[in-house]
Design a protein around this ligand. Structure first.
Ligand code: GLU
Length: 274
């Protein structure tokens, strides 16, 4: 069975959506897209799959709600905006998910929760209990108490840890790129997207903007870091465009979209600790 075919059988899936997928360039919520995400996730739950959504957007939504003309740059400004925005974001999700009678839950994590064995186990237990009740957890960083220096600062790494904590089989990272390219597609029209990456080599890291950036494509390096974290623990990861949330259905049908980072098999497979 090909690695793409194998995606069809994955039951426990984490979907990560970034702020650019959830908002328009003017900072306001893209309600249509959010509704589509809720429809796809509810439908997949109805199929019996166990879905988790890692969602950004708290700071952007809060800034918009507070009438700020741009995203705050200072720490306390971001913390305050996220406190307003997170509540708003959940309210919107709740409204759309309730159309399908799909229960959701909010989990806000910080880096120290993941680093501490006791709190990590608590997060793991909560995710497990929610899964058993067929509730979709909506996870974000607890931006109202975290800082850029001490926090994850982006949700790519957070989504990798959530995939590991929940013993998931697949992480789908939806963003504004439809995968990883062999050159910067904005500057090089002939750039080709990788459909499958069987191993994250030094070349792949450098291409993504690692030690000596060839592309300088901002967010790709944190996605590669996330891919490394999960694939080493036996979890597949796909980077795909969030423009059309129906892509989640297509990926789970084994269609060759986005870039698939194939999990490592053998010795490094993730062994749940409970
Ligand atoms: N946690 C941040 C938020 O909800 C976003 C982090 C990210 O953009 O990845 O606004």
């Amino acid at each position: 069975m090909s690695a793409r075919e194998a995606l069809k059988s994955h039951q426990r899936v984490v979907v990560k959506v970034g702020t650019t997928t959830l908002t328009y360039p003017n900072g306001r919520l893209n309600l249509r897209r959010i509704e589509e995400i809720c429809t796809v996730l509810s439908d997949l739950c109805n199929q019996g799959k166990e879905m988790i959504l890692v969602t950004s957007g708290a700071i952007a939504v809060g800034a918009d709600r507070l009438g700020l003309t741009e995203r705050p740059r200072d720490v306390v400004g971001k913390q305050a905006a996220s406190a307003v925005g997170q509540a708003m974001l959940m309210q919107i999700y709740q409204r759309f998910f309730s159309r399908y009678n799909q229960e959701i839950a909010q989990i806000l994590l910080t880096k120290d929760v993941i680093e501490n064995e006791v709190s990590k186990q608590n997060a793991r237990n909560t995710l497990k209990a929610l899964r058993e009740m067929r509730v979709i957890p909506l996870v974000n960083e607890n931006d109202s108490v975290s800082t850029d220096e001490l926090g994850f600062s982006e949700n790519d790494t957070l989504s990798a840890y959530v995939s590991i904590l929940s013993d998931s089989e697949l992480l789908i990272n939806l963003s504004d790129t439809d995968g990883m390219y062999d050159a910067d597609p904005k500057q090089n029209p002939g750039a080709k997207v990788f459909r499958e990456i069987p191993a994250i080599t030094r070349e792949i890291e450098e291409l993504a903007g690692g030690s000596s950036s060839k592309l300088g494509s901002g967010g790709m390096i944190s996605k590669i870091t996330a891919a490394k974290l999960v694939t080493e623990r036996g979890i597949d990861m796909v980077i795909a465009s969030g423009e059309d949330p129906a892509i989640i259905w297509r990926l789970l049908a084994g269609e060759p979209e986005g870039t698939l980072f194939i999990k490592k098999s053998g010795g490094n497979v993730w062994i749940p600790s409970n």
